[in-house]
Design a protein around this ligand. Sequence first.
Ligand code: ADP
Ligand code: MG
Length: 220
Amino acid sequence: MNVSTEVLTGADWCRFIVAAADAIDAHSDELSHLDSLTGDGDHGANVATALGHARSQIAHHDDASPGTVLAMTADSFLDHMGGAAGALFGSFFAAAAASLGDTDAVDVRQFADAIAIGTAVVTKRGKASAGDKTMIDALIPAVVASRRAADQGVSVDEMLQLTAQAARDGATATTRMRASVGRARYTGDKSVGIQDPGATSVALIFESWAEAARRPEADR
Ligand code: ADP
Ligand code: MG
């Protein structure tokens, strides 16, 4: 994969999931620390466990289709991660996988549709709205950015960069929000000033994909 590539193959998605697992491993303590300030302090370990499981599953299936890679990732979240976020991330990846069907090459439009459908399912299951200080506050800007990128007809690489930036900006913006759903709602006003851990995980995952897309062939 490089900047001129127009589609993402199953092998690209395998690299994306490995990159996401590595990124979460590197930030696991920081994520759990954020969760300890507004919740129970398990978020980094939770996501690291789920994505670590996905990474080892995918190692045996490097010829899988994009949808199969995402379905395996969904199962890792649903079967190996506790906490509210496990079910929500699991639902996100399962819906994105279903949206991709059995295609073996995901273009910009299909990527944008997959994350939009995944986000819609998270919103439906978790019943959080924009501004509630959850992962939704990083997912929604990512969906908007990827849709805009698809409408503009940019390359896959450019779309991934724009989507990652939007997710990061969304996660940063949660710092000034007051939590009103999930465990963090019990901290009330004390949650203001702390970045939401779930939104931070979303930003790290999209950033890891944008970075993986730019990594030179020799380093993959
Ligand atoms: P738990 O809160 O059960 O310990 P985690 O610590 O793994 O689960 O995940 C916490 C994150 O989950 C929060 O930072 C938030 O982003 C996300 N979250 C919690 N509840 C919801 C919800 N109803 N909708 C969307 N995201 C949620
Ligand atoms: Mg927690």
